[in-house]
Design a protein around this ligand. Sequence first.
Ligand code: NAD
Length: 456
Amino acid sequence: MTEIQAMMENQRAFYNSGQTKDISFRIKQLNILKHAIEENEEKIFQALHEDLRKSPYEAYLTEVGIVRDELRHMVKKVQKWARPKRVPTPIYHIPSSSYIYPEPYGIALIISPWNYPFQLAVTPLAAAMAAGNCAVIKPSEFSAYTSQVLAELFETYFDPSYISVITGNADVSTALLAEKFDYIFFTGSPAVGKIVMAAAAKHLTPVTLELGGKSPCIVDADTNIDLTAKRIVSGKFINAGQTCIAPDYLMVHQSVKEPLVDRIIHYIQKFYGIKPGKSPDYPKIINKKHFDRLLGLTKDATIMCGGDADPDQQIIAPTLLSNIDGDHPSMQEEIFGPILPVMEFDNLSDAIARINERPRPLALYLFSNDQKSIDEVLKNVSFGGGCINDTLIHFATPNLPFGGVGNSGMGGYHGKFGFDTFSHRKSVMRSTLRFDFPFRYPTFYKHLKLLKTVLR
Ligand code: NAD
């Protein structure tokens, strides 16, 4: 028996013991996790700095703080969410009553990426725990320091038969995917998402796929140029652009392109300085492969700002590209780095048509004061989620489901949506044996007309 198979057996036994069904157990474990994160905050910050050169502020804002808030919300609400819910019953089922029982799937596998390596492993885990599952986390091999901290943290505070962290590369993922899990929650690229879904199909295991893609940012003619530029810079260059929901490319109304680009350059310099490598608040690119890939995307474009790169520190300055068309290398793949191609449009419906030629994006951002433009975009473009007049903030609320559509994923989570994702909804109709109506029995089959008056 392999180590993974032994771990699966232990988790199966733990799940079958029924402990996770108890809501007070779940609340206790969520509080232990909260406490473990508090006690190890410094270690988590250090690991995120080693992996991505994140500052403690950015690490708290986009990783630790989000997880803590999610845990707080789960602890407060899980009792209510886990209760069986009575729902209406059609009149022809009288005197029965109908209930939905949320129940855990069993053992969940959570595979996470390197760009927010703490948050994207622990936020889904919190939902899996709240819903009463055991879980195995497989964090990314590219954010090795954070993966190590995760492994140590869970080993210290949790029974591995309940929560395990298995570190390693894609081979480890492959070995895990060969096992029969009861739910798989994957965050990563569409290419690997297909591999995960194919592996899940072999066991008919349900999946959530949180994938990526090219998320457009549209800037309409009628907007506040200064604030638009500020919010685009903050959303694009946080984590040096290595954010699944970062604006991937800009589509700007030609009448405002020049002033917008001026203000974007102003805010890049204000936030990160002329030489971003010197700024302690500007992250690095995760590895040499991505560093080289990103520099390749700037070829044959006009660089309006940035373009500098420091191979020793693996830092690429915030870079704005123009003279781009849909065939440019930067428009062929998800950029996932601090490079922002700027394209123009004359007419909003043309911009929408160009966006709709591509797979459905994970996020979309529209800056506009014009309600007609807002309605046109919302009506005609399908995307996972997004913002009007802002970037990224739709991610940080428990009240909106976060997830993609089509090529950018399936399913969603955060808050109650995460609890629902990791719960099977068991439907139960409760009847009585005290009396009986004859309608369903063959002895009544001659009364079709009467049946039609009830079942219309
Ligand atoms: P990735 O798909 O390369 O890897 C993600 C995870 O899958 C890692 O743990 C990795 O070890 C594992 N993996 C890699 N190859 C595998 C294989 N052949 N079989 C099984 N598992 C395998 O993604 P990444 O480079 O870590 O992250 C970048 C991608 O993730 C981008 O596309 C980005 O948009 C997306 N992403 C999406 C979200 C979201 O919430 N929707 C969040 C962050 C990143």
